[in-house]
Write a protein that binds this ligand. Structure first.
Ligand code: ADP
Ligand code: MG
Length: 725
């Protein structure tokens, strides 16, 4: 498999079928091994590109590849996506009528399909097995393979029947994939499926494009709303623990003009699937959900995953955040954390009948709390949890490493608190200790004569809540332990004693007040207005084809198009994600939209400021001038005090072009007095329209002002607002 010819064919097929330039880590080896007829077991993170690992061999090998996937809601999208790439595909599941199933079976006998998606339970039907045996099969691909293991976190009895697969089909290679498997679960899966000395891949769990952050949870609904206000038009998932809180949050956001839909197991199947579909098709901006929502959400442009409540364990947190940024573009994962959430989960755990299970659940919960509370790189912590070392000292992709968090010396406060604990015999809880140090005059304090101890009132300068916070911090850092249930008392650990007796210092992490630097980097340069237009076009096409928009092109692909602005099919073909089939089907409509845009905005190509998108040698400028130069001229004139019209006249360019320059200049962070371009009142009103419309399209603004705001003003205002984020 290693000879050059195969290599060439593989990457050739990658380009022509999927339109991708290169393989992601491990994909090539997996494809090679499947093609050689070997069983494969692959653990790759969500968004790692597992589908391609079996779709490419399915395309290259003779016969039909059978894909077993547990989620019938998703099959149609997966089949649509494969078809859009020109791979003949079909699915059979229980949602179909007997007639529909017969039609698919007939087409399979005619070898029309290369890929067949089925749910595992179909495997338990003898007549179906018989039918499969009569087909020329190329391979079996088992998605979400961890469902076969009882040790995994998502065991499905349906999957058990797959343990006969290698006996029933001894000559067909089996490739099993999952995004979550500890080494123990991995062994279990391989054994249960009976894989025959498989080629094993354990990819890194690192998701470099995800930014991890923990924020102190106070009033979570307004906090989430504030975040969403900065993310107009971007898709995201908000996780909550209970159905009620899901409904409340969704209603709250809706009442503030955000298109949010709920999702939880208490809704009817019909409601759930229509909400999921609306989200998937970019008709709803956010979905507020319990953990019932999630496995196999293939939507590639989820830009943020917010946890408004504490997840139960790190596995779920990793899985849920994993749904962000599948397209590889930057995405943001925030956990809103309050210690107050811990007892709520403990309540459920304490109700578990099985003692070992209960203590395991507590153990897992503690790991999540540590994740939230400790000043350790979030990425390092997540990866360590899965047994992976993360070597870099600074991941540049979490709040700890980017320094939005700072360390503060808390030695003196820690000593005051611990001294109070020690002097009262380590027999009281956090509330009482906080009462002592703040000098509260309570009946209990007087009865116990705790107002007579030395540290009584020593911490009067701070609120009681701040002391509670400090005590939590000391617990989190193992300087104190809480013992006893349901009325835990605080005790000093040896580590705490070191601080109490002044042998060591203590520090805590605090969120810095300026939020400027937090968050993922923004994607590479592109023209936001063109991107918006291409998104609209994509949505129209998706609607007529009855598929989700991302199946046509991912956001990443559209962004690249709106940076490179291809004008010929050949140039279009170079955009990542444009394969032969998509070029054939959509090349023309997208080219013509780009062409129209360029015609309406002469000079726009040269307005951009070179970075990622422009550095590409294929990117050509129609003028002889170097990119950016012409915008620089506009900038200089603007700084001299000239108006847009003056500059246009002076430079013999259209006002639209000058406005486009200014837009790019604003976007790139130049010092531009926005008030000279859009007056303050209008700007406020435009801001409000963007907020309520929930997207960055200009039409709502233009319509709202019915002529009082020009297209140029709206565009510049938009660039300015986006820059403020
Ligand atoms: P997984 O099933 O592992 O979670 P998917 O198969 O859904 O991930 O792939 C995630 C995204 O990555 C998809 O949008 C897919 O088109 C894209 N992708 C996969 N392989 C590549 C590649 N080699 N180059 C660029 N994008 C890729
Ligand atoms: Mg997948």
């Amino acid at each position: 498999m290693k000879n050059e010819k195969t290599q060439v064919t593989l990457s050739g097929a990658l380009r022509s079928v999927f339109g991708f330039e290169s393989f992601r880590p491990n994909q090539e080896e997996i494809v090679g091994n499947i093609l050689a007829g070997r069983d494969v077991f692959g653990v790759m993170p969500t968004g790692g590109g597992k589908s391609l690992c079996y779709q490419l061999p399915a395309w290259l090998r003779e016969g039909i590849a059978v894909v077993i996937s547990p989620l019938i809601a998703l099959m149609k999208d997966q089949v649509d996506a494969a078809r859009e790439n020109g791979i003949p595909a079909a699915f059979i599941n229980s949602s179909m009528s007997q007639q529909e199933i017969s039609a698919v079976c007939a087409s399979l006998r005619g070898e029309k399909a290369r890929l067949l998606y089925i749910a595992p339970e179909r495997f338990a039907m003898p007549h179906f097995l018989l039918f499969l045996k009569g087909l020329p099969l190329s391979l079996f691909a088992i998605d979400e393979a961890h469902c076969i293991s009882e040790w995994g976190h998502d065991f499905r009895p349906d999957y058990m029947v797959l343990s006969t697969i290698t006996k029933e089909f001894p000559d067909i290679p089996v490739a099993a994939f999952t995004a979550t498997a500890t080494p123990k679960v991995q062994e279990d899966i391989i054994e249960r499926l009976g894989l025959r000395s498989p080629f094993i891949v354990r990819a890194s769990f690192n998701r470099p494009n995800l930014f991890y952050e923990v924020r102190q949870k106070t009033r979570v609904k307004p906090q989430v709303l504030e975040f969403l206000r900065e993310r107009v038009g971007e898709s995201g998932i908000i996780y909550r623990t209970t159905r009620d809180s899901v409904m409340e949050m969704a209603a709250f956001l809706t009442s503030h003009g955000i298109k949010a839909l709920p999702y939880h197991a208490g809704l009817s199947a019909q409601e759930r699937s229509s909400n999921q579909e609306a989200f998937s098709r970019d008709e709803a901006q956010v979905i507020v959900a319990t953990i019932a929502f999630g496995m196999g959400i293939d939507k590639s442009n989820v830009r943020f995953v917010l946890h408004a409540d504490l997840p139960k364990n790190i596995e779920s947190y990793y899985q849920e955040t994993g749904r962000a940024g599948r397209d590889g573009d930057p995405a943001h994962c925030i956990l809103y954390f309050s210690r107050g959430d811990v007892p709520k989960i403990r309540y459920f755990i304490d109700a578990m009948p099985d003692a070992p299970e209960r203590s395991l659940a507590i153990e897992k919960l503690n790991r999540v709390v540590e994740y939230a509370e400790h000043a350790v790189c979030r990425r390092k912590r997540l990866l360590n949890f899965f047994g992976e070392e993360y070597p870099a000292g600074n991941c540049k992709g979490c709040d700890i490493c980017t320094g939005t968090i700072e360390r503060k010396d808390i030695t003196t406060d820690a000593q005051i608190a611990m001294s109070a604990i020690s002097r009262t015999g380590q027999r009281f809880g956090a509330g009482h200790i906080a009462d002592i140090v703040t000098g509260s005059d309570t009946k209990r304090i007087r009865e116990l004569r705790h107002n007579e101890i030395k540290t009584f009132g020593a911490g009067k300068d701070k609120e009681k809540t701040e002391w509670r916070f400090l005590l939590n911090e000391l617990v989190a850092q193992d300087m104190l332990v809480q013992e006893g249930h349901p009325y835990p008392v605080l005790k000093i650990t040896p580590k705490g004693a070191e601080v109490l007796y002044g042998r060591k210092t203590a520090t805590a992490i605090m969120r810095k007040t300026d939020k400027q630097k937090a968050g993922p980097e923004s994607p590479s340069w592109h023209d936001e207005a063109l991107f918006e237009r291409l998104r609209i076009l994509r949505k129209e096409i998706a609607r007529t084809h009855n598929v989700p928009p991302y199946v046509i092109f991912s956001d990443k692909t559209l962004r690249e198009m709106s940076g490179r602005m291809p004008e010929t099919l050949q140039e279009m073909r170079r955009v990542s994600g444009v394969g032969d089939q998509k070029l054939l089907q959509y090349g023309d409509p997208f080219l013509s939209e780009i062409g129209k845009y360029l015609a309406e905005n002469p000079g726009i190509r040269s307005a951009g400021h070179g970075d990622a998108g422009l550095a590409d040698t294929n990117y050509k400028s129609p003028s002889k001038k170097k990119k950016g130069e012409t915008a620089e001229e506009t900038y200089a004139l603007f700084r001299q005090g000239m108006s847009v019209e003056d500059i246009a006249r002076h430079r013999k360019l259209s006002p639209a072009t000058i406005a486009a320059h200014l837009e790019q200049l604003v976007r790139s962070g130049r010092d531009i007095d926005i008030a000279r371009l859009v007056d303050r009142k209008k700007l406020d009103e435009i801001t409000a329209v963007f907020r309520t419309s929930g997207q960055w399209g200009l039409n709502p603004v233009i319509e709202h002002f019915s002529g009082r705001v020009t297209y140029e003003e709206a565009r510049i205002a938009r660039a300015w607002l986006q820059r403020q984020r």
